[in-house]
Design a protein around this ligand. Structure first.
Ligand code: AGP
Length: 595
């Protein structure tokens, strides 16, 4: 979590701070506790940093106004040490000779810090990161250059990191390295860039190099050199990102989240173009006896839908495992198991850990939105979802794009032409579901009072209920639980009363009658029922307090792709009612690069 950027301009007379500020602002979704910039000018490292959101800190410090043509910057999502000015990055050694930005966690920082204090180093912050500039300075004092001081530093530190450093003793360069945290290098017309994620630098560079673990990258105004652990120059492949800078802008919307909700029809349409690639992957993979999905959060809910589809439509036994709990299931894997990793970012630490384990025994497939991310580089097969950059912390369009890939995979695996035909209609269904915004806004005003919600779904839409509840929790801070509709009577029904709205996801299909009975159960215990159902369902309209209508042709099998849209909208508008920022929920970051 945290985001880092760095830039060195080719022209000595150009100032880098406005560019650093622009780039780091694009990474605010990775952390918004604090922000800081360091530039080098006239034999000195200049630093501006403080806690707070980017605009607040900028108002106070005027961050784009710093001298120098190269520097580094950071947005923080605190792990070690409170959000505070002292704990903000960049961190420096006591002589201000080395400045460092870091994304990740240094697990053994306490013992290193103790030793460095014994050696006379003076620390100012509570962070794990601060050991890094001190170690670099120590090795530079021993006579090593910046690159080799960083090399020696990463021999000592354990954990996950993407690091960028500048030094007054070796000016005009930025040196960076990574292990288990993302880092990309951009080759632009005006200069060279590094960043945790591509939206930061799309405006300046779309030709990208992806450094691997342990490689050291040296950026100066003449270019970029990458060295492996034996100091050999590595000839890195340059990949061009096909996302445009505009795709990572709000483009007139109030928030990224609502922009991204509105982009879902196109995200599905674009992901459907992956059909031939998916067919090729299926052909290459060959026989599969079991499928095991591994994912977190929203991606876990997409995976759960995958289980329902694979088992009911393709007859393949399927498990879904939370990535953070994966190690307990790892010894059940074998070469006949396909392990599918679903992740929008492709950088989730829990998923990456599990992927390394699964790669040892099984075929692995990543379904990932961010091209060039770690999962795309480590999984044996990759399906690229085509949602474009997603900036809002709450996943929306990447979720429907993940679902689209899974549906395509299942339809092709089971030769299900009917399902393929239905999928082609989904973009229109989604577009139509967005017509009801005014009604959903008005509902949100009325449901805003509640402190707890239940979301019910059955079969294919049980994961949809889980996702609806997660969306509500993460951005409105209202407690919500997703439940299998039939399971409620086994305990949670005791909680139901008039203060707990129950959202029932009830598409037409085989499960309809049973779900309707569950709706009646909660209704008769006084619950307010908000249903999402078919537009021609008159009995639903008679029974529920409110009904959000979806095109009656959307049956229960494809319902997860469409019925989730109003659930996202409800969460979005309740968040606005409460006066919160839906793009930056407290305590959360877009990309979770710590375990
Ligand atoms: C979704 O709204 C959340 N922000 C979160 O649950 C997310 O889905 C989870 O952290 C997994 O991320 P990934 O898809 O990038 O792996």
């Amino acid at each position: 979590m945290c985001g880092i950027v760095g830039c060195i301009l080719k022209d000595n007379n150009e100032e880098v701070a406005p560019i650093l500020f622009d780039c780091i602002s694009k990474l605010e979704y990775r952390g918004y506790d604090s922000i800081g910039l360091a530039t080098y000018f006239n034999d000195k490292i200049h630093i501006k940093k403080d806690k707070g959101k980017i605009l607040e800190v900028d108002k106070k410090l005027n961050l784009a106004d710093m001298p120098g043509n190269f520097g580094i910057a950071h947005v923080r999502w605190a792990t070690h040490g409170d959000p505070s000015k002292l704990n903000s990055h960049p961190h420096v050694d006591e002589n201000n000779t080395v400045a460092v930005v870091h994304n990740g966690i240094i697990e053994n920082y306490l013992e290193i810090k103790k030793q460095l204090i014994k050696e006379g180093h003076v620390f100012k912050s509570d962070t794990d990161t601060e050991v890094i500039p001190h170690l670099i300075q120590k090795y530079m004092d021993e006579g090593f250059d910046l690159e080799h001081s960083i090399r020696k530093t990463i021999e000592v530190i354990h954990g996950a990191y993407a690091i960028a450093a500048v030094s007054v003793n070796e000016p005009d360069k930025i040196v960076a390295t990574r292990k288990d945290s993302p880092l990309i290098i951009g080759l632009g017309n005006e200069g060279y860039y590094l960043a945790s994620d591509s939206p930061a630098i799309l405006k300046y560079a779309r030709d990208i190099i992806y450094p691997e673990k342990g490689e050291i990258v040296i950026l100066d105004k003449t270019g970029v050199v990458v060295h492996d652990e034996f100091d050999n120059v590595v000839n890195k492949e340059i990949e061009t990102i096909n996302w445009t800078p505009e795709m990572a802008e709000k483009e007139g919307y109030d928030h990224f989240m609502i922009k991204e909700i509105n982009e879902q029809a196109i995200a599905v349409k674009n992901t459907l173009t992956q059909k031939d690639n998916i067919q090729q992957i299926i052909d290459e993979i060959g026989d599969i006896k079991r499928i095991c999905f591994v994912a977190c959060g929203t991606s876990y809910h997409a995976s759960l839908t995958g289980k329902y589809l694979l088992e009911s439509l393709a007859g393949i036994p399927t498990d879904v495992i939370l990535a953070s709990e994966f190690k307990y299931s790892a010894n059940t894997l074998d070469e006949d198991t396909l392990v599918i990793f679903i992740s929008q970012s492709g950088e989730t630490a829990d998923s990456l850990k599990a992927l390394d384990v699964a790669n040892e025994t099984s075929k692995t497939l990543g379904i990932v939105n961010v091209a060039g991310s770690s999962i795309t580089r480590r999984a044996k097969y990759v399906i690229q979802t085509q949602a474009g950059p997603e900036i809002g912390v709450a996943a929306t369009k990447t979720y429907v794009a993940q679902l689209t890939s899974i549906y395509l995979f299942v339809a092709l695996l089971s030769n299900n032409q009917e399902l393929l035909d239905e999928l082609n209609k989904v973009p229109d269904y989604i577009a139509e579901s967005l017509n009801d915004v005014e009604y959903i806004k008005s509902i949100s005003k009325r449901y805003n009072f509640a402190r707890d919600f239940f979301y019910l779904g059955r079969g294919y839409t049980y994961p949809t209920a889980l996702e609806g509840a997660l969306k509500l929790k993460e951005i409105t801070y209202i407690h919500a639980e997703g439940y299998a509709a039939g399971e409620l009577k086994h305990g949670p029904l005791a909680l139901i009363d008039k203060n707990i709205p129950v959202v029932v996801v009830i598409p037409p299909g085989d499960n309809y009658r049973k779900t309707m009975s569950n709706l009646e159960e909660v209704k008769s215990r006084g619950a307010i029922v908000l249903a999402v159902g078919s537009s021609d369902d008159e009995s639903l309209k008679a029974k529920a307090n409110d009904v959000i209508a979806i095109n009656s042709n959307v049956g229960e099998i494809i319902a997860p792709l469409v019925y989730v849209v109003p659930l996202q909208l409800i969460s979005y508008y309740i968040t606005l009612e409460k006066g919160y920022d839906p793009d930056k929920p407290k305590n959360l970051a877009k990309c979770v690069t710590v375990e």
